[in-house]
Design a protein around this ligand. Structure first.
Ligand code: FAD
Length: 427
């Protein structure tokens, strides 16, 4: 194992954003190394077992995410790992466009995508340290089974969710306002078998009354019985625990994992004892890790705000479109803050929100892009992180093919390349 590796592009973090970014860049001709701490790809989608992609379309049903995100769905379908697009109405009355998937099948799909594109994966590798030169990341050292390995890339995409590379490079992050807190984490758990005919016959008021009873009795931390059915099974992944924490604090994260597991078992007992259709079920599996909704957000060249989303603000350097509501799980309490854009409304994400201030050879992809707490509550969902990932990877390949930095990139060429590769970008 060489202790020193040179590459065009280093993608740090193999979640949905990182995998799509790495694949897009490799398809466009860059030499790409993809670093991931787990032994498989997918991040929150697999290790966190989220189980459903949401946020594909406007309330009126216009699909605004296509491109490689849709390719992931097509590949899942071919392997029997997803039921394709479905639409359901939430308890809030919001129309939700959803793709449920089996996280185990998704792992295989992501392996295939990176292998076919010629991405070089380095799994079981954790970011250790960063050598920062003025305005550049000169090297990233990762800890592997064979010891530390130093990677010297021309360009880095930080898609680690928590932006660990940029934190070690001394980058600046967006602060929370005094009345804001990071969204809480959730330990997803698989429960089954469920008699879905009975469970799905429960009306919204019945589900709400059951969830309230669970919260009042102390069995549930979140007033919801939200689950996504695993395609081809009688099991569902439940998203009903809630742990407030700073996910970048190692001891808080350790305590949070344990609290998440405690809540999951408590919730599973409640389902078994009180929820129609769940009487024969048990907790079958816990996600491999606590699912982190929010941690660091980069201070970028442009900070996307909630008002930009509400105003449907257009950007000349738009690289992705989103339409998902601003979905804020509060750090305290069992409720949900849910602000929909309504009608056929959608918003744009500018390339500048991927550019960390003060660095010329780094991009962010995924939930850590430069967005306010409110805007992040929408941009964080996976179809949007995949669209941003496709843009980051395509941009990185273009930058690597030229002589300039990320700020010299011709964004109209980037947009053209994205459209050629089926991304959705209005003229
Ligand atoms: C509980 C929960 C429920 C959600 N529900 C939905 C939903 O229903 N639908 C939806 O579309 N979205 C949902 N989301 C949001 C969505 O899942 C995430 O925002 C999205 O998956 C983030 O993708 P990402 O690629 O940016 O980051 P991540 O998925 O966090 O990926 C980051 C990757 O980097 C790796 N990594 C991190 N640090 C290091 C390091 N130091 N060294 C090496 N590797 C590292 C991680 O292992 C991971 O693979 C939910 C999120 C949570 C937590």
């Amino acid at each position: 194992m060489p202790a020193d590796i040179e590459t065009d592009l280093l993608v740090c973090g193999g979640g949905m954003a990182g995998v799509v970014a790495a694949t897009a860049a490799a398809r466009a001709g860059a030499r790409v190394l993809l670093v991931e701490r787990w032994g498989f790809l997918g991040g929150s989608a697999t290790a966190g077992a989220v189980g459903q992609f949401v946020g594909w379309a406007t309330e009126a049903g216009r699909q605004v995410i296509h491109g490689m995100a849709e390719e992931v769905v097509e590949r899942l379908d071919r392997h029997g790992g997803s039921g394709g697009h479905t639409v359901f109405t939430m308890s809030t009355g919001h129309r939700m466009d959803q793709v449920s998937y089996d996280p185990e099948v998704l792992k295989l799909v992501l392996d295939e995508m990176v292998a076919e594109a010629g991405v070089r994966p380095l799994l079981h590798a954790t970011i250790l340290s960063v050598e920062a030169a003025p305005r550049r990341i000169a090297a990233v050292t990762v800890l592997t089974k064979a010891g530390p390995v130093t990677i010297r890339p021309r360009l880095v995409i930080d898609s680690s969710g928590d932006l660990d590379v940029l934190a070690r490079a001394g980058a600046e992050f967006l602060p929370l306002a005094p009345d804001e807190a990071p969204q809480p984490a959730t330990m997803m758990f698989r429960f089954g078998p469920i008699d879905f005919a009975t469970f799905e016959a429960l009306t919204t008021p019945e589900l709400q009354a059951l969830a309230r009873r669970g919260v009042e009795s102390g069995a549930l931390a979140r007033a919801a019985l939200h689950q996504s059915r695993i395609p081809g099974t009688d099991d569902g992944w439940f998203n009903i625990s809630r742990v407030a924490l700073d996910a970048t604090d190692p001891f808080a994260l350790s305590a949070g994992e344990m609290e998440g597991r405690r809540q999951a078992f408590s919730a599973a007992r409640f389902l078994h004892d009180h929820v129609p259709g769940c009487g024969n079920g048990r907790l079958v599996a816990l996600a491999a890790q606590l699912g982190i909704r929010e941690s660091r957000r980069i201070a970028g060249d442009y900070v996307l705000t909630a008002d930009d989303l509400r105003a449907e603000r257009r950007f000349p350097d738009a690289i992705a479109v989103g339409a998902y509501p601003m979905d804020i799980h509060p750090a305290k309490g069992a409720g949900l803050g849910f602000e929909t854009l309504g009608g056929d409304r959608s918003y744009e994400i500018p390339y500048r929100s991927l550019l960390p201030a003060g660095l010329d050879n780094a991009l962010v992809a995924g939930r850590g892009i430069s967005a306010s707490h409110g805007a992040h509550a929408s941009t964080r969902v996976m179809p949007t992180t995949m669209a941003v990932g496709q843009a980051a990877g395509t941009a990185a390949a273009l930058v690597c093919a030229g002589n300039g930095g990320t700020r010299q990139l011709d964004t109209s060429l980037l947009r053209q390349r994205l459209i050629e590769n089926r991304a959705y970008l209005p003229a």
